[in-house]
Design a protein around this ligand. Sequence first.
Ligand code: ZN
Length: 329
Amino acid sequence: MAPAPDGASALALGIDLGGTKIAAGVVDASGRILGRGHRLTQPQEGWEAVVDRMVAAGEEALAQAGVTAEALAGVGIGSPGPVNPETGVVVEAANLFFKNVPLAEAVAARFDRPTYLDHDARVAALGEYRFGAGQGATHLVFVTVSTGIGAGIIVKGRPHQGAHFAAGELGHTVVMPNGPRCTCGLNGCLEAVASGTAIAKLAREAMARGEAPILAQLAGHDPERVDARLVAEGVRRGDPACRQVLDQATFYLGLALAGVINLIDCDRIVLGGGVAKMGELLFEPVRRTVAASVVATGRQVPIVPAALGSDAGILGAASLALAPLTPGS
Ligand SMILES: [Zn+2]
């Protein structure tokens, strides 16, 4: 293999594997995305076909960046999980129909570069830590509030994976023992009261009971059109049921985050995902609940919006393959 040209070893390919889309990017050490590639995942065609499309998206990104795979320090992949980062195997990913898929090895064979794999929530956290709203934190917790709720924990630059690679399942903390049913089978998980899906569902139910007149108007009386964004609009316009649903969601999210701070003693929490785009409507009550419920130590833990949007996945995946940042640098 020809030696990499000067400075080229500071490039990495990040691949963000999702249930519907694959996004790839060639990333330099400062977090610039020099080229991008996209494919649909189409997981029903089997995992080998998904690998083909991940490679195609990666090749597209390389071509756009004007480099070949030899110029890469490595390839990083963020995948739904649980995954085992040590073996590079996706243990199980229901939405991809994956079971014990040797994903890192399969991709490494195609690009002939060192290839790393981690769980998508931890990968996105790593992206925000290195290039986004988590920069400068030593103990960062990144919480995504979208269709579900997941967390990634970064301690001194390294993703905290847990003894069984399952750290970060914040969404399945039971906060309301008699609360709404969760997709995991339990009742009252945080995800079942505070995710975007849950906010929309609870508001839809209130609308069906005739308790959300303003929301009903905004949605043209069509329950299909109710999503978390529309519920936020209902709150701004004074809809009582939307207010109640959002108050409940932000209260329990705040309680859960206070627990996270008590346990981890993090110095920053970054909130991302579609629901976090509500802005102060979400952040203000969450911060208020956290301040009222966290154990008093005199510390102030900033709770701030994510900065990278959907690029956190590509940038974090690439970070797996870039030289680690020295803590404090
Ligand atoms: Zn659950």
